[in-house]
Design a protein around this ligand. Structure first.
Ligand code: TR5
Length: 145
């Protein structure tokens, strides 16, 4: 899907279309490990903003705002996407939001930021390891696309 992504860039389609194509190319039902497992294992480098025993927060490679950080659980526990949440995940889900606040504070955007979870193909999700997007550093607009 990475090469599809690059070829779209070359022919000048919009970022929206790239994101849609990427989301459509991924199997939403797969429980397979994702690129984020390699980032957690530090097999692939990332720009880490915050890390503790439960979560990792690192900069998005394709930032949509001056600050664009992804917050992910280190142990996914079946949560490829929010739509698969069960009651056992509530502590993790709450902690992810708290970690988003820590990230916003560290990045100096506590006065204005946005937290996004894309869910499923229709939500433009492209990586099936639950993650929060923390966006800020510019005036956010509404509605989100
Ligand atoms: O579309 P959803 O909500 O699933 O978000 C996935 C996000 O992961 C996108 O915003 C991508 O830009 C981001 N992403 C994808 C990769 C990646 C990354 N962020 C940091 N580092 C990355 N590596 C090394 N590889 C990726 N494929």
């Amino acid at each position: 899907s990475r090469s599809i992504y690059r070829s779209f860039s070359r022919i000048g389609v919009t970022n929206d279309e790239e994101a849609l194509a990427k989301a459509a190319a991924v199997n939403a039902d797969s429980e397979a490990p994702t690129i984020f497992d390699k980032i957690i294992a530090k097999e692939i480098p990332s720009s880490i903003v915050y890390e503790d025993e439960k979560v990792l927060a690192f900069r998005d490679v394709n930032p949509q705002a001056p600050v664009h950080v992804l917050v992910i659980p280190k142990f996914r526990d079946g949560l490829t996407m929010l739509g698969k949440a069960e009651e056992r995940h509530t502590e993790m889900l709450g902690y992810l939001l708290y970690a988003a606040k820590i990230v916003a504070e560290k990045e100096g955007i506590l006065d204005g930021f946005r937290v996004v979870i894309n869910n499923g193909p229709g939500g433009c999700q492209s990586v099936y390891h639950l993650h929060l997007h923390v966006l800020g550093g510019r005036q956010m607009t509404w509605p989100a696309g």
